[in-house]
Write a protein that binds this ligand. Structure first.
Ligand SMILES: [Zn+2]
Length: 205
């Protein structure tokens, strides 16, 4: 079963894929109690968390769940050690990072039962940004790499415009049905192809 907890303010969207194994994709800021309430109200048991990248607005809610955390090998140590790359220091002087953060890499497959998630490394927003592809259902969880009408910022620490362009090109070749971004509403994979930012960027490559 698919659960969507919509972003509010600066919080990221959160997605829960409930199956034999239940995964939470991104967790909003550390002030995101409504994620905790949602999980509690629905009697969900989270088995592990995947963070699409290391930014505070995607990882803060990790603290509500004592479960293993996964993130790309180029971002996972930032989440563990609470580096400035997470931007957490701006919001919490006492944040010391999360324990049990484990690395993911390009091509890793995570079998949940009803869902099989494939890790696609899409650097550009951060060096360790990932998208998650569910091939059977043709879903893409795009983190902050691409949104309905825009693309991710590339001016933050470890961001890189050239990398982002290559990552967007990679995503356009996937031909997915539905895209679930880190912020804002989901959109059709066709819109991914027609996204005006992406078209203009890809033409430059
Ligand atoms: Zn971000």
């Amino acid at each position: 079963m698919f659960h969507f907890i919509e972003s509010l303010g600066i919080d990221s969207n959160c997605y829960i894929l409930e199956s034999n194994v239940t995964v939470l994709i991104d967790t909003g800021t550390y002030k995101n109690y409504r994620l905790y309430d949602y999980v509690d109200d629905n009697g969900l048991q989270i088995d592990f968390i995947i963070n699409t990248h290391c930014h505070y607005d995607h990882i803060g809610g990790n603290k509500f769940f004592q479960v293993p955390i996964y993130a790309h090998e180029k971002d996972y140590l930032d989440i563990q050690n609470a580096t400035d790359k997470t931007y957490f220091h701006v919001f919490s002087k006492t944040f010391e990072g999360f324990k049990n953060v484990n690395p993911l890499k390009e091509g890793d497959e995570i079998d949940l039962g009803d869902y099989l998630l494939k890790v696609i490394h899409t650097p550009g927003h951060t060096s360790g940004s990932i998208c998650l592809l569910e091939e059977d259902k043709s879903y893409l969880f795009s983190g902050d790499t691409v949104f309905k009408d825009s693309i991710g910022r590339y001016d933050l620490p470890s961001g890189n415009f050239e990398d982002l362009k290559q990552s967007l090109k990679k995503l356009c070749n996937l031909k997915v049905k539905e895209v679930f971004p880190g912020h804002g509403e989901n959109f059709s994979g066709k819109d991914l192809l027609f996204n005006r930012y992406m078209i203009s960027l890809i033409e430059e490559i």
